[in-house]
Ligand binder design. Structure first.
Ligand SMILES: [Cu+2]
Length: 290
């Protein structure tokens, strides 16, 4: 019996690995639910301290949903086959209604599922959205059609992106690049100069809207050195697809050197709201309000 069961599991594992190898997925891809990014090969560290919990939430959700799907499809297939109309059947089958146990079941089970999804989502989101009392690095990221400005708030320096670069591979080097020191608590304040944008660093598995006249925040710890791709995740006009940036998570020494180079290039101070397209939004500038 045990042997039989073992053989079954082996067959299932073989079939699964065959599917994934045929579709070009590695075991690691499967473990992270096919989400982008790769953990550090030696330490297993992900890009931020939140990535693991996001992967867990994602994997947990789709495993449960696949389970529900498989049970529902199996029951449907069973009913379709067993209760099909047979040769010689002319009338309607016996009609059944008011089956209390079944009705209770299909009210209670979805209710438990919805509450479960809500509870796990709320738990993960609360952890991700909790502000740091004393972030090590404070950044203001500002979206604009179609690029990004980065203010290094503690360092009194900035980088400004030039609109619509970075489509050809050769342009990637010119993309605005946000430098962050590794193993530090980061707070990013998110604003927009014109229309809604969304700040998305792909491997961080988290994105958040940038809305004119409003400040959103992101909080995370950088946990892995590397260069990450970022993009706007909110359709914001003609060149939305060119609204790209990079994030480089570097050592403290490299970070300091980069800050020094920005200052040496004359980027002293902060890019403020005077570059915003709409100067009369509620909350933008109280003196503008009539
Ligand atoms: Cu955008």
């Amino acid at each position: 019996m045990l042997q039989k069961r073992g053989a079954k599991w082996a067959a299932a594992a073989l079939a699964t690995s065959a599917i994934f190898s045929l579709t070009g997925c590695s075991q690691q891809d499967v473990e992270r639910g096919l989400l982008p990014g790769t953990p550090d090969p030696t330490t297993g560290a992900e890009a931020t301290n939140h990535v693991k919990s996001i992967i867990e939430l994602w994997n947990g959700s789709w495993l449960v949903l696949w389970g529900v799907g498989i049970i529902a499809w199996a029951l449907m297939a069973y009913a379709i086959v067993v209760y099909r109309r047979r040769k010689g059947d002319t009338s309607l089958p016996k009609q059944i209604r008011y089956n209390n146990p079944i009705e209770t079941l299909f009210t209670v089970v979805p209710f438990i599922l919805v509450i479960g999804f809500f509870a796990f989502t709320a738990k993960t989101m609360t952890a991700i959205e909790t502000p740091y009392a004393n972030p090590d690095v404070k950044i203001q990221a500002i979206g604009k059609q179609w690029s990004w400005d980065f203010n290094y708030k503690n360092e009194n320096t900035y980088e400004t992106g030039i609109q619509g670069q970075g489509v050809k591979e050769a342009d990637i080097a010119k993309l605005p690049t946000l430098y962050l020191p590794v193993n530090k608590k980061i707070q990013i304040d998110l604003n927009a100069r014109d229309v809604n944008h969304s700040f998305w660093v792909v491997d961080f598995l988290y994105k958040k809207d940038m809305i004119p006249g409003r400040t959103n925040h992101m909080y995370f710890e950088t946990t892995k050195l590397g260069e990450y791709r970022g993009k706007c995740a909110e359709l914001c006009g003609e060149y939305h697809s060119m609204m790209l940036f990079k994030v480089k998570v570097v050592t403290q020494a490299e970070y300091d050197a980069h800050i020094a180079s920005l200052k040496a290039a004359g980027n002293v101070g902060q890019l403020d709201d005077k570059y915003n397209r709409n100067q009369n939004l509620p909350g933008d500038n109280p003196s503008n309000e009539g």
